[in-house]
Ligand binder design. Structure first.
Ligand code: FAD
Length: 332
């Protein structure tokens, strides 16, 4: 493999309901830093139906170049169609680094693309950097059940590919003055050759806020005592218009589903306000919420570790304090 043919850092731009996914904008922020350190360009790849209008936004969030595959066949995400477009783009323009959000779409596409290219994939990374001497991508992720951070290098193959968790890196502020180059690309692709058909889209009708996107998160721990006691967390979240988070012990107890888990082996969150209620403050929990704007802890143990990581702490019984908060905010 001739590495000299490969250049630049790319981000696969995920589009949902006509808008660029926030994780893709975050990756442009991280990608910009990597590209600057390696003195190379940053590109975004947009695939979809009617996505050309989003190309300028990709530039305004940090890209130098945007490759666009815009056609009705890409209206809904399908592994086969997106994979064909992305593979064609990789073959033609040869990126050195290719990043995807670790969303269900990003994970699906990245692993499919990896099977067709002579390269590997570092999945679910939480930190990105480049090696000073070589410019190689350093993609780090929790390993061995979260007990160590493993840094993975792809030395022998190109592109170096990684999926990156949402909310672990930051988007740059939008700069409407930024300019770049847009390539409108296409490949011969016909509906008859595609094995999967989208017959119907069934939207999830459960009215919950996704914790990785929420501005307010009310998280509960084992201190809530039981699944019934944990209902108070749901009530407070509802009154505040926030999402429900949880410690791992709560998830393991089966009081809520795994997608509510905050922490090293759960979701990393950065809401404006994070309530940690009946949560002891173990390091594995703290790493998942420490960058929240305002952290408010409620714990009946004045020596609980969580009080070392919060902006405001209330020492007291959650079963007395939460009803008071609900009453207060309901009236607000
Ligand atoms: P506890 O530690 O039992 O704490 C309960 C707290 O509630 C106590 O501080 C107590 O004082 C307080 N309390 C009790 N009753 C009340 C009351 N009535 N009112 C107010 N406060 C009350 N944990 C995560 O959360 N996320 C992770 O991603 C994660 N990953 C892990 C990965 C590894 C490899 C390992 C080893 C552990 C991981 N853990 C994770 C587990 C973590 O170490 C802790 O065990 C867990 O966070 C503790 O959960 P907790 O705070 O709910 O429970």
């Amino acid at each position: 493999m001739n590495f000299d043919d490969y250049r630049g850092t790319w981000v696969f731009m995920e589009v949902k309901d006509g808008a660029i996914a926030s994780v893709s904008l975050e990756l442009l922020g991280a990608g910009r830093q990597l590209a600057d350190k390696r003195s190379s360009e940053l590109a975004g790849v947009l695939i979809g139906d009617g996505v050309t209008s989003l190309a300028q936004e990709v530039i305004e969030y940090g890209a130098d170049v945007v490759y666009v595959y815009d056609a009705p066949i890409y209206k809904h995400y399908r592994t086969e169609t997106y994979m064909k477009a992305l593979l064609a783009c990789v073959e033609k323009f040869k990126p050195e680094i290719l990043l995807y959000g670790a969303t269900s779409t990003g994970k699906d596409l990245a692993s499919a693309v990896a099977t067709d290219l002579p390269t590997g994939l570092t999945a679910d990374t939480t930190q990105l950097d480049v090696e000073e001497d070589t410019g190689l991508l350093l993609a780090s992720r929790p390993a061995f059940g979260g007990n160590i951070m493993a840094t993975i290098l792809c030395k022998k193959y190109r592109p170096q590919m990684a999926t990156v968790r949402p909310k672990v890196v930051r988007a740059l502020p939008r700069d409407k003055e930024r300019t770049g180059v847009i390539f409108e690309e296409s490949i011969p692709i016909h509906e008859d050759d595609i094995r999967t058909k989208v017959l119907e889209i069934v939207r999830n009708t459960i009215q919950t806020v996704r914790i990785s996107e929420a501005d307010i998160i009310v998280s509960g721990g084992k201190g809530m005592g039981s699944a019934a006691g944990f209902q108070l967390i749901h009530k407070l979240a509802e009154v505040l218009g926030g999402a429900v988070g949880a410690s791992r012990d709560v998830v393991e107890a089966g009081w809520v589903g795994h997608h509510h888990q905050v922490g090293q082996t759960g979701v990393t969150v950065t809401p404006k306000i994070y309530f940690a209620i009946g949560i002891s403050g173990a390091i594995q929990h703290i790493v998942g919420m420490q960058n929240s704007g305002l952290i408010i802890a409620i714990n009946k143990d004045p020596n609980a570790l969580i009080f070392q990581s919060c902006h405001y702490g209330i020492v007291g019984d959650a079963f007395e304090i939460i009803p008071l908060l609900i009453e207060q905010f309901r009236g607000a």
